[in-house]
Design a protein around this ligand. Structure first.
Ligand SMILES: Cc1ncc(C[n+]2csc(CCOP(=O)(O)OP(=O)(O)O)c2C)c(N)n1
Length: 516
């Protein structure tokens, strides 16, 4: 068996069953092995940003890593922005990067590059294999490394000769999921003391604290002690909706976040970090925690968050306390201009139970979270690292992880243009995704930021750099050109009707919401 086949079989034996691919010549042995090895679903993406973003979306929903297959340094470099987002989301991914044959590297052929150097900033683990024989063990180690804790990107660089040379048998041992470290009793006691102090206290939640179990425990603590529940602005996965424990999100703009935190005397960090501004602005601080607020770290992201919360529930005597739950609420009247808020209301009125919402709505989505709070239970995926072009790939990966759930991609048009090839993969794989394009035809957030950084009102050149008109993008044609049915709508009523129709049908489909 050659190295590529042993690699593929070790992945499948280790429970890695999906590979998002964009192969080249140095990955041909892997491609050939896919035809011999059952159990690996290979999903082609037509740009590496699609491949890596899809692997992120998959991991968030499957709680298991997908693999990617990319072509040398250039292929990996194309996928880096979404690997950055995935790294910030702390999800597991196994990158398989083909490289030139070991003996070919010294000739500096055109595609020669320092693959490890491209991989380093986003990878928690890298191995550049030197022989075919070491491939099975390196692959097994990559799976273990990716699983964390809490979850990280493992990059395996595979020279072409290591792929085609005779290798060892694939590893069949079960993958040992790493244990998450339990937090110290001191950390639990310090948090409990703060909560019992009677002073204004916030629990800042992230990671697994935002899944149902973590929220339930946090809700008990909050109800028993009067503490407030907050979460980061951009989260890997937030489980929310009617009947679940609601959590307030830290606002994006630092001054709003500081207003929300004003008066807080204790901040208990649960899988998060003390909050900082997304950007710095002239004259405003980077750190958002009030100066007289004590910060207590209950659990770091790599520690056992749910166990820490359980122990904190016990320490504050909240075992029998009922948390406050989100009441069910559906808006009924939607009319007027087509804008972000009306789209939010429409969505809230018909969001299907167990929907997965992939949110890259940027400036038109400011009200969508509060509006949908009382919809039936659903999952919300955010763009975690601020690198735009994540929404469409992430929706693609989430739909592959959860074929029985409706995926709704709230998608700003400028960000959509980075990775719109995702639509083709969605069509080819028959994924049940409804994409809502907020066609405001500009980089609206940058118009806002231009003022906020103190540069004043944008002049003609600046406005031109924020405009997506001249020509306008035709999302119906773009979408249909990649096999995804689409409709353009100009009013809130028409949007509402179209969304209802598309949510009834299996996707993929796309609505271009023309926002004036
Ligand atoms: C990879 C990457 N490139 C560039 C940016 C800078 N950037 C942030 S928002 C934005 C424009 C977003 O426009 P759009 O998606 O249309 O949303 P809108 O602002 O109109 O709501 C840009 C270019 C970024 N965050 N990430």
């Amino acid at each position: 068996m050659n190295g590529a086949e042993s690699l593929l079989r070790t992945l499948v034996n280790g429970g890695v069953n999906v590979c998002f691919t964009n192969p080249g010549t140095s990955e041909m042995q892997f491609v050939a092995a896919a035809d011999r090895v059952p159990g690996m679903r290979c999903v082609l993406g037509l740009f590496e940003g699609v491949v890596t973003g899809a692997a992120d979306g998959y991991a968030r929903m499957a709680n298991n890593p997908a693999s990617t297959l990319m072509h040398l340094g250039s292929g990996l470099a194309n996928g880096l922005a979404n690997l950055h987002n995935a790294m910030r989301a702390r999800v597991p991914i196994i990158n398989i990067i083909g490289d030139h044959a070991t003996y070919h590297r010294k000739f500096d052929a055109p595609l020669q590059s320092d693959v490890a150097a491209y991989a380093r900033p986003v990878s928690g683990w890298i191995r550049d294999v030197a022989t075919a024989a070491e491939i099975p063990e390196a692959t097994y180690d990559a799976i273990t490394a990716a699983l964390g804790p809490p979850g990280q990107i493992a990059t395996l660089i595979v020279p072409a000769d290591c792929s085609w040379n005779e290798s060892e048998d694939p590893i069949t041992d079960p993958v040992l999921v790493p244990d998450f470290e339990r937090v110290s009793q001191d950390a639990v006691t310090a948090a409990a003391t703060a909560l019992k102090s009677g002073q204004p206290t916030v629990l800042l939640l992230s990671g697994y604290a935002l899944r149902e179990k973590g929220l339930e425990l946090s809700g008990r603590i909050a109800a028993a002690t009067g503490a407030r529940l907050l979460c980061d602005t951009f989260n890997t996965r937030l489980q929310r909706g009617a009947g679940r424990v609601p959590v307030e999100r830290l606002p994006y703009f630092p001054e709003r976040a500081m207003e929300l935190l004003a008066g807080t005397r204790h901040m208990i960090i649960v899988g998060s970090r003390p909050p900082v501004g997304f950007f710095a602005y002239p004259g405003s601080p980077s750190e958002l925690t009030p100066q007289d607020c004590a910060v207590h770290v209950l659990a770091r992201p790599d520690q056992h968050i749910v166990d820490a919360l359980k122990r904190l529930v016990a320490a504050v005597g909240a075992e029998k306390t009922e948390p406050v739950r989100q009441p069910a609420q559906r808006p009924i009247q939607i009319q007027g201009p087509l804008n972000g808020d009306n789209i939010a209301l429409s969505l809230a009125s018909m969001l299907p139970e167990q929907a997965i919402v992939v949110d890259e709505s940027i400036s038109d989505g400011f009200t969508v979270l509060p509006r949908t709070a009382g919809a039936p239970p659903h999952d919300w995926l955010f763009i975690t690292g601020g690198a735009i072009g994540q929404g469409m790939p992430m929706a693609t990966g989430a739909a592959i992880a959860c074929p029985d759930r409706k995926v709704i991609n709230l998608q700003a048009d400028g960000s959509a243009m980075y990775t719109l090839q995702s639509l083709w993969t969605q069509a080819r794989e028959s994924l049940d995704i409804t994409t809502i394009i907020y066609a405001n035809r500009r980089y609206r957030i940058l118009e806002i930021e231009h003022e906020r950084v103190g540069a004043g009102a944008p002049g003609p050149k600046a406005r031109d750099m924020f405009s997506l008109s001249r020509p306008n993008l035709d999302w119906v044609k773009l979408s249909e050109g990649m096999g995804v049915p689409a409709r353009r709508v100009h009013s809130a009523e028409a949007f509402h009707r179209q969304l209802a129709a598309y949510l009834r049908e299996p996707g993929p489909n796309l609505i271009e919401a023309w926002i004036d």
